[in-house]
Write a new protein. Structure first.
Length: 191
């Protein structure tokens, strides 16, 4: 795990700068969420217009203000300016669990950035609310994301239909850092 250094401009890990998203991030975030390679495993998250992305940014910012933590934009310092890598972090889902997520531009896949972002998010979440389980949702078949959440120590605790997905055959995997009661698993998977 990388050391995390807090600053007023976000936090830095070994290679990344993680910042709370702002409206200025709209072009980079729209490009990420409109990229077919990025949303391929999860077509429900594809953005068709910048309005969707603007609403997402506002939702993320609201989570930051509500929970003290949320989704970061991830940047890599480069000589000609910071390069946008993607997003990642944790937010409180349904008031009962941290939810870990990440999404990277394809050119940054396979370089360990998801684990670096996840390690920082897990550290921050455990510092803020250690009482909450830390979870992650992965669609079955998205092996890249599945391996990433397993590498940070999360274990599969539930497998079942992906509620709300128009593809009736879609299967959702729920990972957690601890065992979940059946009631809690139901709360996290039935919406």
């Amino acid at each position: 795990m990388s050391d995390v250094d807090g600053s007023t401009d976000g936090i830095t890990t070994g290679r990344l700068i993680l910042r709370e998203p702002t409206p200025a991030d709209l072009p980079a975030l729209f490009a990420l969420y409109a990229d077919p390679l990025v949303w391929g495993p999860d077509p429900l998250s594809r953005h068709h217009d910048t309005g969707q992305t603007a609403r997402m940014i506002e939702n993320w910012r609201a989570a930051w203000h509500r929970d003290g933590l949320g989704i970061w934009t991830a940047w890599r310092a480069e000589p000609d300016g910071d390069a946008f890598v993607g997003i990642g972090g944790c937010f409180v889902r349904y008031g009962v669990a941290w939810n870990l997520g990440f999404r990277l531009l394809p050119r940054f896949w396979g370089r360990g950035h998801a684990q670096e972002i996840s390690a920082a998010a897990i550290t921050a979440a455990h510092r803020l609310r250690p009482d909450l389980p830390l979870t992650a949702y992965v669609l079955e078949g998205n092996d890249r994301s599945r391996r990433a959440v397993e590498r940070v120590g999360l274990e599969l605790v539930w497998r079942g239909p992906d509620a709300g997905n128009p593809d009736a055959s879609a299967v959702r995997l729920l990972y957690s850092d601890r065992p979940l009661s059946s009631e809690l698993a139901h709360t996290l998977t039935e919406r």
